[in-house]
Design a protein around this ligand. Structure first.
Ligand code: AP5
Length: 217
């Protein structure tokens, strides 16, 4: 399965990606996670990415496209992959098509998560992320067993810089202006599956698996 997840910030792409990647036994490739791990490692790429991410802007395509093209050469992608957070504009979508066409491995599906802005703001403003393993929680909707501590590795949880109110607002604008057009792009390619991202995490996972199985069979 070669799959792209698209949807506004906070729609639950990262949360669902973990379950879908496990179900289909494919790697979860999140450009946001790759950038955050570079920020944590204080690499040159991390420094550059941080200057855009903290403002809610997209990291330049010149950096992001090459990073993804390289990641897709890793052997773990031989049986497919799940891209989360990429592509994020039409130029990235065209670049990805070119890379996959040159390797004769077209996408199977693009799954779009739809969610109202009011729910998005609620989810993002309460999100907490593990400093060590990156696991995601929510202060009321998906509480860790101990406040501020990761259930999986017992490390401290933190709030992402870009989950502050003014940055959330800018990320939503950037989504509407730059990312939403890829929905039509993939609809025209016949790859788009749109679904509601409302409801419990497990319920959404089942909805996504059944939509993907129907579309890809
Ligand atoms: P990225 O990390 O990709 O962020 P995003 O797309 O804005 O997505 P989020 O991670 O905010 O949300 P999500 O949909 O994954 O939701 P989640 O599952 O965490 O990108 C960050 C930045 O990196 C960008 O702004 C940009 O600067 C840069 N970047 C990344 N990719 C790029 C690219 N291709 N090009 C250029 N720049 C790029 O859920 C959110 C919260 O809701 C959590 O607390 C979760 O616990 C909770 N939750 C999830 N599901 C449910 C549910 N069903 N019910 C209740 N709560 C739920």
């Amino acid at each position: 399965m070669r799959l792209v997840l698209v949807g506004p910030p906070g729609a639950g792409k990262g949360t669902q990606a973990v379950h879908l990647a496990q179900h289909f036994a494919i790697p979860h490739i999140s450009t946001g996670d790759i950038f955050r791990s570079n920020i944590k490692g204080e690499t040159e790429l991390g420094l550059l990415a941080k200057s855009y991410m903290d403002k809610g802007e997209l990291v330049p395509d010149s950096v992001t496209n090459d990073m993804v093209a390289d990641r897709l050469t890793h052997p773990d992608t031989a049986n497919g992959f799940l891209l989360d957070g990429y592509p994020r504009n039409v130029d990235q979508a065209k670049f990805l098509d070119g890379v996959l066409a040159s390797r004769n491995i077209p996408l199977d599906a693009v799954l779009e998560f739809q969610l109202d802005n009011s729910e998005i703001v609620k989810r993002l403003s309460g999100r907490r992320v593990c400093k060590n393993c990156g696991a995601t929680f929510h202060i009321t909707l998906d509480k860790p067993k101990r406040d501020g501590i990761c259930d999986k590795c017992q490390s401290e949880l933190y709030q992402r810089e870009d989950d502050k109110e003014e940055v959330i607002k800018r990320r939503l604008e950037v989504y509407a202006e730059q990312t939403a057009p890829i929905v039509s792009f993939y609809r025209e390619e016949g790859l788009l599956i749109s679904m509601s991202a409302e409801g419990e995490v497990e319920e959404i996972t089942q909805r996504a698996i059944s939509a993907l199985k129907t579309a890809v069979s």
